[in-house]
Design a binder for this molecule. Sequence first.
Ligand code: BTN
Length: 266
Amino acid sequence: MSPGAGDDLARAEQFVRERGPSGCSLVRLEETTSTNDEARRAAQKGAPSLSVFVAESQTAGRGRQGRSWASPRGENLLFSVLFRLHAPANNLPLVALAAGLAVRDAVARAAPTASVLVKWPNDVLVSGRKIAGVLAESVSGSSGPAVVVVGIGINVHTRVFPAKLAERATSVWLELGPDAGPPDRAAILVDVLVGLARDVPLVAAHGPGFIHARLAAADALRGREVRTDDGLVGTAEGLDSDGRLLVRERDGELHRLAAGEVHLAG
Ligand code: BTN
């Protein structure tokens, strides 16, 4: 086991009982393919909203855009939350936005001196390095509330990343500095769950209005030159009231991006 890894997650059930959102239930696993798979299977068997699956290790962890998500056993937070949401279909992409912000806020509380920002739509960064990511997946099924699985990976204890990630990744412990003790994964987990339970259903039902100011304050892209996979290059000008990213091209044309990914240009 690497330094800092431990049994801190063993307290997760207790913390969820004592201070988690009401109706939340937690299943803790040593290993799974992907916690998103666990939550999807549970959804198909009728599990309620706020069913949470957290694992010490994933054998097929996945990220956005077909990427994989690797994390050493026992070091970080790998979990998925099942939501059953009363929401218009066009609000569902906003779930990932709200989730990214809830993760950002919990990471900021765990590492209070770090400047923790959201790179639209839901990467969480410190000084340009990724500390957490969100993968929201819809589960298709019968009529009724929309079923969405929100998968979250937060780098908590990892202090040495593989060479190809070393320049682009960080963790809560790295941000706390060498003299700090290991951050508590159970405490961070329950903090994220409280934020998700508060924000996700409201944003899904009513749009991003009430988180807009918080998103704007934590925007990693504002004023930066960005590029999309389609070749659009321009300056990010914040989010509109529907949570779309505003990108102004050099010729002045304003684009509103509803989905996808942007990269910092240059
Ligand atoms: C990304 O930034 O690309 C999203 C990463 C999401 C990773 C988490 S880890 C827990 C959950 N299970 C998965 O397979 N993926 C998400």
